[in-house]
Design a binder for this molecule. Structure first.
Ligand code: PRT
Ligand code: ZN
Length: 285
């Protein structure tokens, strides 16, 4: 039987969420995660634990069929692999920052400057696009200290809360890229593996849908049902069940997180009572 091989980060910012994603898709890792490789106990999947920087190459070479990396790593490594899905965690941005007292108004201010980064490929493409000539210093760690020690005039690095920049006396002046974890895949996997991948993607999607939606139950007087049903989108249409108390019904539906509070306020204003909101574990649409 075919097995799909997935590469995830061994340790670091994406490790925990990657394992959680597998768990939520019902995939149990059979033993410890401190090894190079393990197998799923109940799904045709092998899991490799690697440095994130190496994952695109392994997927291109077919050592792994799919992998989880930040979009920043995917773009920087520029390998022959495709993005299969966006995973919604590991969010950050790749930005240019300069010392906070430095005068900065446009990207032209970087002309002739030295910029330290671990993202030379993405940065040089960005500078080229904006017709700026700058000197790129490709360094592998602690990029944020480069201006302080006189190694560079600016940096290009990942930012999430901004506190690293702040602590190093830097200010963010350009956002080059907004990034999140992505599932990348080899373009030439077998039909058997493709079928397994689709099964995996189906499960991921069900979990994601569930997270974005809530199950809602409420009581309403029958004469208000029309209005209430108009407010509730539901998967098809709301379920309506009669209550023991005459003239009243129970209404069940699914609502999206984004419009959640607005819908609740609307429901209350239209006579809904005893509103219960319940998390959904999986949602297959
Ligand atoms: O050992 P390995 O090579 O596998 O890991 P790594 O050290 O290269 O990567 P790791 O674990 O630091 O990050 C993995 C991925 O997480 C990155 O490729 C991004 O896609 C994503 N990610 C999300 C981040 C951040 N947020 C982040 N804040 N990666 C790094 N940072 C660093 C940033 O480089 C800077 O030093 O955190 C600092 C900034 O954070 P704030 O909160 O102070 O702004
Ligand atoms: Zn790395």
């Amino acid at each position: 039987m075919d097995k799909i091989k997935i590469a995830i980060q061994k340790s670091g910012r994406l490790n925990e969420d990657s394992i959680k994603l597998l768990k939520e898709a019902g995939i149990n890792l059979s033993n410890g995660v401190n090894k190079l490789k393990t197998e799923a106990a109940n799904f045709p999947m092998e899991i490799f634990f690697l440095r994130d920087d190496d994952i695109p190459q392994y997927v291109e070479d077919g050592v792994a069929d799919i992998g989880i990396v930040g979009e920043n790593v995917f773009l920087e490594k520029n390998k022959k692999v495709a993005i299969v899905d966006h995973l919604g965690f590991g969010k950050c941005r790749l930005s240019i920052a300069v010392p906070k007292n430095e005068q900065y108004s446009t990207i032209k201010d970087l002309e002739g400057k030295r910029i330290a980064t671990s993202y030379a490929v993405i940065l040089s493409e960005y500078l080229k696009k904006h017709k700026v000539n700058a000197e790129i210093h490709d360094i592998s760690g602690s990029v944020e200290i480069a201006p302080g020690i006189g190694l560079a005039d600016a940096i290009c690095d990942l930012v999430s809360s901004g506190s690293t920049l702040f602590m190093n006396g830097l200010k963010e002046v350009e956002v080059i890229l907004k990034s999140e974890a992505v599932l990348i895949g080899n373009n030439t996997i077998s039909e058997g593996k493709k079928a397994i991948l689709n099964k995996f993607l189906f499960r991921i999607k069900a979990v994601r849908n569930a997270k974005n939606n809530k199950y809602i139950l409420l009581n309403a007087p029958n004469e208000k049902l029309d209005e209430i049903c108009k407010i509730l989108p539901g998967m098809k249409s709301p379920t309506i069940l009669p209550l023991a108390e005459k003239g009243w019904s129970s209404v069940h539906s699914v609502v999206n997180e984004d419009d959640f509070w607005e819908i609740i306020e609307n429901l209350k204003a239209n006579g809904a009572q005893g509103i219960l909101v319940v998390p959904i574990e999986k949602m297959i649409v």
